[in-house]
Design a protein. Structure first.
Lengths: 735, 249
């Protein structure tokens, strides 16, 4: 490519000569040349070949952790580019990833530790020095430990490469109560697949030929490499069928879209199973060899004809039957896409289990274009022996409610109820890092009620999130471009089994500190310093101990691949289930009093003027963490309420009207978007707006908050929030 | 021309994720609420069941071979770079008059509110000088855009253009010979508008002689006056022209 030649008189020569006839124009040109150029970065006269420093980093604008290259000039990160060697993202960086520079240089960044002075949410703060803040936090944590118990403090961390240090701190401090964001997101799906296959499979999108996507919106809610590989698969002839009450962009890019009645996905899956079994279309050899319970399942699905499923889902029976046959004809390169967020219904674990069962019948496990097993990356988890504390309660605060809760994730919903009740024991401390339950957990009022029960809430984040806004102590953390993190392993089916590592590409803003530094300092103040007696670099060495040479590769390429077998991993291997096979019928469930096969329950009806509220996001939204980004806000300045023209007409609502959306949990005012892209019985909102915090200047006062309107239902088995169970009333606001 | 830089776009793979717009904005320090590139689509045809797949159509300045913006520019600030075929803006002599904006059938230009000059895609000249691809190209998840040199027979761009039928999206009355080639079906095609050329120049360019030159000179003097106005006008981009244009949008 030629260098730029824009400062000479090439180009529109004739026009320039024209102008030179005019004295005024000459003066004008001269004035422009001398008067303005200096003030214009990148203007013609100053344009020289730029020399960027290029440094590897790992994006942190969502959970995907894409390797990136920061272009740094004079110590300033000017641009983030994808790392072409990072195959999980297929060498891309999305809109949010590109907007990462705006997160780094966000004027709304928290600048120094803040101590609440007024009432909660009043926004009165006192600036503290770090030693003052850490002394105060250590003192409050110790007070709670002594007055109540060490489990009287809950530690909640979002998806972050330093969250492991919070868990370590919680453990050595002596609290079993660690929570993550995942019980507002994906644990029902994880549960359903785990309890069928014995592990959580990774879809091999790249080589699939037929995908039924229900309860996922992969072209808007980006997951690497699935979103990208799905498009490549489509280009190579893969057929995509989308079942979604909304006409999403994924639906628009599909071959077929059916506006399924919300909450009826299981009915369609059971009908798929019915067709595959009654028409003898399932992979009999695979099922005979690898699956347990085909007899029970065959008997069970007999009544679930496509005609029955049509009554439930409102998808034509003929199409359901045809889809099942088409899937079978493409199997094993066909799949029900497992999906990610499954915090939808009270029986979401069983809904996702029904997805898993259809996949098993297709025999797509461990084969190209199907569902693949996790691979060993080889990263070690440095171990330690936590101290034992007497006088601690026997179990977690959220134990014993959901029968199959993941202890490493917990259940925010159950924990919150327990904290409010003060039972089974009091929790008086809450420590959060990079998670925002005030926005992401259904029923905001209950979350606020929980906060009121606390003696001490400490929030570590990069901006004044709604959760920080209600905290007692707010500590500014570094953003991902400012810190060195532990290594992280990544799985992406045929794309990769790899390791990424994060080093700082920019100096930390203001007084921000890393989470590692914060817990290390706290530990030091609480006589627990020995458990953090290492550096991040030393921690990484332990992680990479069994991968000689990996560090050199990471430094050179920004990503390290550990090549391993991708398909046929389960040849001669047992499944990690009770029957040691894929469980079409789950005896463990039966013994626990749970349905051994997924049992369908009709979703409750919406009355007149009532709607089921569904929530979601798009490619420029990450839950509630990206809305204030000064670049992304230009794509998505606020949210609105999607409502079907027929329903809007009945309520006298016009496009752009302000409406009230109301549930038993709360109400919000929001602008109506009258659109055929949602069902007449379903309304939709994006997540993350309607903030409480006055520290988010770009999004303050914009849109409405899902957490305020959603009632807090829960998936009984996993303890996952069930975000799509809320029935709302929508009414036009009086003028 | 040593090189003829161009872009091939496969609209069938675009997922409308805005990565290209976000990347461009950062790479080129494009001011808030202005964009150098876009993603267009037809109105959604919400049809349950089997349906044709919607196409999203990414685009930016098409670096036309017959650029109406160059013809419309009164100062020569907008010009066709003969070395690589790109249409460029010399900010040093742009007076921000906006004639190029209405002359562009694709709406590819905007007035930079602080610099008070026309601005648009330059295929990331600065990045290219550093050996990098245009930001929109390298960042795209589905690699919808392919950038390259039409004069280089070995380029991936030429390979794609040979292997596929391509379409250039134009307004029939203002065919500017654009250099974005849409592979296969580009989706929406009827959006480019007729180039609106400045009337004074349209009229005078068909005549010749010293009288004409005098008038054109006077006309240019008018633009000189506009420049002075630009220089003393407030820099918040809220002058009358901008307000008018916002109404049009």
């Amino acid at each position: 490519m030629g260098s730029e030649m824009i400062n000479d008189s090439k180009g529109s020569i004739s026009r320039r000569n024209f102008l030179k006839l005019s004295g005024a124009a000459s003066i004008a040109a001269a004035t422009a040349g001398s008067g303005l150029l200096d003030a214009r970065p990148g203007s013609a006269a100053q344009e020289t070949s730029p020399v960027f420093d290029s440094k590897y980093g790992v994006c942190d604008m969502c959970f995907n952790r894409c390797s990136l290259i920061a272009r740094v000039r004079d110590g300033v990160v000017e641009k983030l580019d994808p790392n072409p060697k990072f195959l999980k993202s297929r060498g891309m960086l999305c809109a949010r990833g590109n907007a990462g520079v705006r997160q780094l240089y966000d004027p709304d960044r928290l600048k120094y530790p803040l101590l609440r002075k007024g009432a909660r949410g009043e926004g009165k703060w006192q600036r503290l020095t770090w030693p003052e803040a850490l002394d105060y936090a250590a003192e409050k944590l110790t007070e709670i430990a002594e007055e109540y118990s060490r489990c009287g403090v809950v530690f909640m961390a979002g998806s972050d490469m330093q969250s492991t240090f919070i868990h370590r701190f919680a453990e050595v401090f002596g609290s079993y109560n660690t929570l993550s964001h995942e019980s507002m997101c994906l644990i029902a799906g994880t549960r359903g697949f785990l309890d069928t296959f014995g592990e959580v499979p990774i879809p091999d999108m790249l080589y699939t030929k037929y995908v039924v996507m229900a309860g996922a919106n992969r072209f808007e809610s980006l997951v690497t490499p699935d979103s990208i590989d799905l498009m490549t698969a489509i280009k190579n002839g893969c057929k995509l069928v989308v079942l979604d009450p909304r006409y999403t962009k994924t639906a628009a890019l599909s071959d077929e879209w059916y506006p399924i009645k919300p909450g009826t996905d299981m009915a369609v899956m059971l009908a798929f199973a019915h067709v595959l079994i009654t028409e003898d279309l399932y992979d009999k050899e695979f099922v005979a060899e690898k699956c347990y319970g085909i007899e029970q399942l065959s008997e069970y699905v007999k009544p679930f004809t496509p005609e029955w499923a049509q009554e439930q889902s409102q998808i034509p029976a003929a199409d359901i039957r045809r889809m099942a046959r088409e899937m079978a004809s493409h199997a094993p390169q066909a799949m029900i896409y497992p999906g990610r967020r499954s915090s939808n219904y009270e029986n979401s674990t069983q809904i996702r289990r029904s997805y898993a069962i259809v996949n098993a019948l297709l025999g797509n496990w461990d084969r190209p274009g199907g569902l693949t097993a996790a691979r060993m990356v080889g990263l070690k988890s440095p171990s330690f022996d936590a101290p034992f504390y007497e006088n601690n309660p026997d179990d977690r605060i959220d134990a014993g409610v959901a029968k199959l809760m993941f202890e490493e994730e917990g259940s925010f919903k159950i924990a919150r109820d327990a904290i409010i009740k003060g039972e089974p024991y009091p929790v008086k401390g809450f420590f959060t890092y990079k998670t925002n339950p005030l926005q992401t957990a259904a029923n905001r009022r209950k979350t606020m009620e929980m906060v009121e029960k606390l003696d001490f809430m400490c929030t570590v984040d990069i901006t004044m999130s709604d959760t920080a806004w209600l905290a007692d102590l707010v500590l500014p953390s570094q953003c991902a471009l400012e810190r060195s993190d532990p290594c992280s392993s990544q799985q992406g089916s045929s794309a990769c089994a790899c390791v990424v590592m994060r080093d700082a590409v920019a100096p930390p803003a203001f007084e921000s500190k890393s989470m590692f530094w914060i817990v290390k300092e706290l530990a030091g103040r609480m006589a627990l310093g020995e458990y953090f007696d290492f550096t991040v670099e030393e921690y990484r060495e332990q992680q990479l101990a069994e991968l000689p040479g990996a560090m050199d590769v990471l430094l050179k390429d920004g990503v390290y691949y550990n090549p391993s077998k991708l398909y046929g991993v389960y040849e001669g291997r047992i499944f990690k289930t009770k029957s040691k096979k894929i469980e079409l019928y789950n005896e463990r469930y039966e013994q626990m009093g749970l349905d051994p096969v997924p049992v369908y329950r009709s979703p409750r009806d919406t009355g007149k003027g009532q709607f089921r509220l569904v929530v979601g996001r798009n490619a420029v939204i990450t839950q509630s963490s990206s809305q204030n980004n000064s670049l992304l806000v230009q794509f998505q300045p606020d949210n609105d309420l999607w409502i079907h023209p027929q329903s809007a007409g009945e309520l006298g609502i016009r496009h752009g009207d302000t409406v009230t959306v109301e549930s038993k949990a709360g109400r919000q005012r929001i602008r109506a978007r009258v659109t055929e892209r949602t069902r007449p019985d379903t309304v939709y909102m994006h997540t993350g707006f309607g903030v409480l915090s006055k520290g988010l200047s770009n999004v303050r006062g914009k849109g409405a908050c899902i957490a305020e309107v959603l009632e807090d239902y829960m998936d009984d088995i996993s303890g996952n929030m069930a975000m799509h169970e809320t029935i709302v009333k929508v009414s036009k606001e009086a003028a | 021309m040593k090189s003829r830089l161009a872009m091939a776009v496969d609209a069938s793979t675009c997922i409308d994720c805005k990565a290209c717009m976000s990347a461009c904005k950062v790479a080129n320090k494009v001011p808030e609420n202005h964009w150098r590139n876009w993603i267009k689509s037809a109105d959604l045809d919400v049809q349950p069941g089997k349906h044709g797949r919607l196409r999203f159509q990414p685009g930016n300045c098409m670096h036309c071979d017959k650029p109406t913006c160059v013809d419309a520019c009164p100062t020569g600030a907008t010009y066709k770079d003969e070395t690589d075929g790109t249409v460029r803006i010399d900010r040093g002599i742009c007076i921000g008059c906006g004639q190029c904006m209405s002359a562009c059938p694709y709406g590819a230009r905007y007035r930079h509110p602080e610099l008070r000059v026309a601005d648009k895609c330059d295929f990331c000249a600065e990045r290219r000088a550093a050996g990098l691809e245009p930001a929109c190209v390298s960042t795209c998840p589905t690699k919808t855009r392919t950038f390259g040199d039409l004069n280089d027979p070995k380029s991936e761009l030429n390979r794609l253009l040979k292997a596929n039928k391509s379409v250039r999206v134009v307004n029939a009355r203002s065919n500017t010979d654009p250099n974005i080639y849409y592979l296969g079906n580009p989706g929406i095609e009827d959006w480019p508008v007729e180039a609106r050329m400045p009337s004074a120049f349209e009229f005078w360019k068909n005549l010749a002689g010293p009288v004409v030159k005098l008038f054109v000179g006077l006309s240019a003097a008018g633009f000189g006056a506009m420049l002075i106005k630009q220089l003393i006008a407030p820099g918040d981009g809220t002058n009358q022209d901008d307000k008018e244009r916002e109404k049009d949008e």
